[in-house]
Design a protein around this ligand. Structure first.
Ligand code: ATP
Ligand code: MG
Ligand code: MG
Length: 569
């Protein structure tokens, strides 16, 4: 059970509802469809959708698609899939591009009010004029253009008369502001590029701050929740909302009413929270994209990727992720979370919910010579040791078993509790066995064990409780199903893969052992898994039937996480 979260944003929301400032809470999750979502986005999704749901409001999914060249509908579909996977649903699916006409009309309004001007400086000149933290900027020589000239030029920008980068529309704010975002920021740029939603309708595209703030206002968003890097943009956000003032200018949103989109104008409040950062990984869409493009991982949903598609395929569950982000909560303080915290949350979730199965990853034959040739029986095992409601399953048992090679030692190290020549072991749920003979090949490699099953030690018998040192898992050789098991580990082998001192990049810190593939044997009931079903393979770890490749007649399992942390303490 997760306690009801009480972070500072929820506190603000609670007060805004209590005071009657808002009758209902409206939020949005605004990813740019230029890549796949990652674990960090789970915090934003849990915040935006979670808060709306907790307080009986709603949350829109808004694709922030103002960069036509970097965006693609493939990402839109993946984002929708990820949000639903986490168990959330949107009130409306919107695109910032739905508002291009509104944004354009609003820009003309800003020009008429004397709050925006067309600037002919090149990008490089704009940078020069902008100044820096210690030096105020200088006014553009085009800043005092008259309204008519500005309107004419802006309309011609819109008509496609000018080449890319030759002009911008800029807000007229304050070139001496201590906040560089307020030094006459660009509102529009010229870009002759096809857009995945609007085709070739627009040769100009709105800039992020302008489009984002007004999209929030158009949708009636009450609380615009975002990460800390936007804190310095908040004054510009407020400037855009106030200067355009959609709530009092319904004529600006007429194009939407025509499209059948509801319009509810609000004065949204931006509130920032810290980004989720985790060590042993990189979390930026750009870097994740590079890993795929450079062939360092197989795909976007490679189970080693920190993309939501990747960790889903790895076997992370929505409940584990939600537990993880809700425990961390929200704050204004950036911090770095240890990867083991994420892994422990998954262990906790799977320990409570995943059924148990037996699988042998490095098989060694063990023949119980005192059982008759062809002996077969069916045992019943509980699916979960702590949860009877998970029921039972049947496990075939026979004379020849597969056990783990590692569970036998000819010359045991100190403290060894498993099989040795002449020694006894408990075969999980089947009885006590002894090794009498070790068969080796010409190279001296152990290829088979032969032994004896104590007939008095079978389940339910008096001798079953006799004390032996260890218990091992096994599968019946005749009934075992061969399976491909992919043993995944962390993608990076250093806590800070982004550390670039001594000229390295995250590419130099890839863990060469992040994936090992083995041929294993699993019990028949494991093979029957449906894709994405998770199990604990007893004594080994947590595994998931691969979402894409698993079939009951050709099982494929991914290791989600080991039973215990092998990286720290
Ligand atoms: P990236 O830099 O990884 O590409 P982004 O911030 O550009 O991410 P967007 O698609 O713009 O990604 O993000 C959508 C929402 O998710 C934004 O509100 C953003 O603040 C939030 N978000 C992105 N990364 C994180 C993170 N690591 N932790 C919490 N929220 C995040
Ligand atoms: Mg972004
Ligand atoms: Mg980004």
């Amino acid at each position: 059970e997760t306690p009801r979260p009480t972070d500072f944003i929820r506190q603000i929301v609670r007060e805004d509802l209590a005071s009657g400032r808002h009758a209902a809470i409206k939020t949005r999750f605004p990813p740019e469809p230029n890549g796949f979502l990652h674990i960090g986005h789970a915090r934003a999704i849990w915040t935006d959708f979670g808060i709306a749901a907790e307080f009986g409001g709603w949350c829109n999914l808004r694709l922030d698609d103002t960069n036509p060249v970097k965006e693609d509908p493939v990402y839109v579909e993946a984002i929708k899939d990820d949000v639903r996977w986490l168990g959330f649903d949107w009130h409306d699916l919107r695109h910032a591009s739905d508002y291009f006409e509104v944004l354009y009309l609003s820009a003309e309004k800003l020009i008429r009010q004397g709050d925006a001007f067309v600037c002919d400086l090149t990008a490089e000149q704009v940078r020069e004029y902008r100044g820096n933290l210690t030096e105020p900027g200088r006014n553009s020589p085009f800043r005092d253009r008259g309204v008519d000239e500005n309107l004419d030029l802006f309309r011609r920008m819109r008509a496609g008369e000018f080449p890319d980068g030759t002009r911008t529309l800029r807000a007229k704010i304050d070139m001496a502001s201590g906040n560089i975002n307020l030094r006459d920021p660009a509102l529009y740029r010229i870009k002759h590029a096809e857009h995945h939603q609007t085709g070739n309708d627009w040769p100009i595209y709105p800039m992020y701050d302008y489009a984002h703030s007004l999209s929030d206002a158009v949708e009636g968003i009450t609380h615009s929740l975002c990460t800390l890097e936007f804190e310095d943009h908040r004054p510009l956000y407020d400037w855009c909302v106030d200067k355009v003032d959609l709530a009092r200018h319904p004529e600006l949103v007429a194009p939407l009413t025509g499209k059948g989109l509801p319009f509810e104008a609000s004065k949204p409040r931006q509130i920032e929270f810290s980004r989720l950062n985790i060590n042993y990984t990189v979390m930026s869409k750009r870097k994740l994209m590079a890993l795929v493009q450079d062939g360092l991982v197989d795909s976007w949903d490679d189970p080693r990727m920190p993309s939501l598609q990747g960790i889903r395929r790895r076997g992370y569950t929505p409940s584990a992720l939600k537990l993880f982000v809700s425990r961390l909560g929200l704050s204004k303080q950036n911090s770095l979370i240890d990867f083991s915290v994420l892994e422990n949350t998954l262990r906790e979730d799977l320990d409570a919910h995943a059924q148990r199965r037996m699988a042998v990853l490095a098989p060694l034959k063990f023949v119980l010579g005192n059982l008759p040739e062809g002996h077969e029986e069916t045992l019943r095992f509980a699916n979960h040791p702590k949860d009877e409601s998970q029921g039972e399953r049947e496990i075939p048992f026979s004379r020849e078993l597969w056990i783990e090679r590692d569970d036998f030692a000819e010359v045991p190290p100190k403290g060894w509790k498993r099989l040795v020549p002449g020694g006894e072991i408990r075969l999980r749920g089947a009885g006590i066995a002894r090794v009498d003979e070790v068969i080796k090949d010409a190279d001296g490699e152990v290829v088979e064990l032969r032994g004896w099953l104590d007939p008095e030690s079978r389940p339910g018998m008096a001798g079953a409780d006799r004390k032996v040192k260890g218990t091992i898992h096994w599968v019946s050789a005749k009934h075992a199903v061969p399976a491909e098991v992919r043993l995944y580990d962390r993608l990076f082998n250093v806590p800070d893969p982004d550390d670039d001192t001594d000229g390295k990049t995250y590419r130099d810190h890839l863990n060469p052992e992040s994936r090992t593939v083995v041929r294993a044997y699993v019990e028949p009931a494991a093979a029957l898994a449906t894709p994405e079903q998770s199990y604990q393979f007893e004594r080994i770890g947590y595994f998931v039937a691969d979402r894409r490749d698993h079939r009951s007649d050709a099982p494929v399992f991914n290791r989600s996480v080991t039973l215990r942390d092998t990286w720290t303490g």
